[in-house]
Design a protein around this ligand. Structure first.
Ligand SMILES: NC(=O)c1ccc[n+]([C@@H]2O[C@H](COP(=O)([O-])OP(=O)(O)OC[C@H]3O[C@@H](n4cnc5c(N)ncnc54)[C@H](OP(=O)(O)O)[C@@H]3O)[C@@H](O)[C@H]2O)c1
Length: 295
């Protein structure tokens, strides 16, 4: 099978070596150096703007990641061409690490302590700290990655709720499903984590109204897509105190423009799409499974 790679991470020598180890017979062209006009499969997280016209007999496009939204809205992919995604278990675990870091940080009060430190202000809180089982974490999305994150949070002792299209059975996790159930899933939560895919129903779902339903001063983690977040809604929620701190890892425009108001905001941690780095082994193994399906 002939594969065209058009992704900077997939083009890394270490990934190519992993791929060659798992599938020595693959015929691989790596853009920008090489273009295969007969390629069967294109591997890319998004197709670069200056990529040449797609091969006429392309059989499938595979996202070098979990999301396919940037490919789905690309008019250069002919209608009917199947688009697949990778399911990389190690990546899901790394994303759970990110969420756990935010959950413990919010529970312990580290963001507030860091803000006080910036002002050289010594403030002893007299509030009782919650135990993990009193600290409610709501996950929007309970698919391949969300389920892994939910399990890790539940194993760590947090009170976990998830919200998805269909009901889920995940041990130790309270499942809510359907459009009418999102408010109940979010109500009073101490941390809201978004790990939804971007689609027409989920765009802007992190709205001011939704954030107001959280426990006052709650944390927000967005590891889905930047377009899930209503940025003005977040700005208002931070001013009102509905949200105390936000960890944001995905943005509509990446890199986040240098003059964006979020940079340097003392209640926002901007991270450059680092929550879920793909693993060489996991990504290559998942790609192999996709190739077997379409062989
Ligand atoms: N920041 C990063 O580094 C990074 C890395 C990897 C992935 N991501 C993002 O994470 C997203 C999720 O990945 P995944 O592998 O977990 O995806 P997935 O397996 O497709 O799961 C998606 C989940 O979202 C739910 N969902 C989708 N549309 C919904 C709607 N309209 N209402 C309610 N629930 C809805 C699904 O519900 P059902 O199960 O009931 O259908 C499912 O639980 C990706 O699409 C990508 O955008 C980000």
């Amino acid at each position: 099978m002939k594969i065209q790679i058009a992704d900077p991470f997939a083009a890394e020598p270490a990934f190519l070596a992993e791929l060659a180890g798992q599938a020595p017979d693959l015929d691989i062209a790596v853009w920008p150096g090489a273009v295969d006009g007969d390629a069967d499969v294109l591997l890319a997280w998004e197709i670069p703007a200056d990529f040449p016209p797609l091969p006429p007999d392309l059989r499938a496009v595979v996202s070098f990641g979990a999301g396919t939204d940037r490919l789905e809205r690309d008019p250069r992919i002919p209608a009917g061409t199947p688009i697949f995604r990778l399911e990389d278990g190690e990546q899901a675990e790394r994303m759970a690490d990110y969420v756990l870091a935010a959950a413990w940080s919010q529970l312990v009060g580290l963001p507030q302590a860091a803000r006080n430190e910036d002002r050289r202000h010594w403030s002893l809180s007299t509030d009782q700290r919650l135990s993990p089982d009193q600290f409610v974490v709501t996950l929007l999305g309970a698919g391949f990655i969300g389920t892994c994150v939910a399990r890790r949070l539940a194993d760590a002792g947090f009170a976990v709720r998830c919200w998805s299209r269909n009901a889920k059975q995940i041990e130790g996790v309270e499942s809510h499903h359907g459009p009418g159930a999102i408010e109940a899933a979010v109500a009073g939560a101490h941390l809201l984590v978004n790990i939804l895919p971007l689609n027409e129903d989920t765009r802007g779902i992190l709205s001011a109204a939704l954030l107001r339903g959280l426990h006052p001063g709650a944390g927000l983690v967005n590891i889905g897509r930047g377009e899930h977040l209503d940025e003005q809604g977040l700005q208002g929620a931070l001013i009102e105190g509905a949200v105390g701190h936000a960890w944001l890892d995905a943005f509509p425009i990446e890199p986040l423009p240098a003059d964006h108001w979020m940079w340097g905001h003392d209640r926002i941690s901007v991270t450059p799409h680092i929550s879920g780095p793909p693993s060489l082994k996991g990504a290559a193994a998942s790609l192999m499974k996709v190739l077997q399906r379409i062989a």
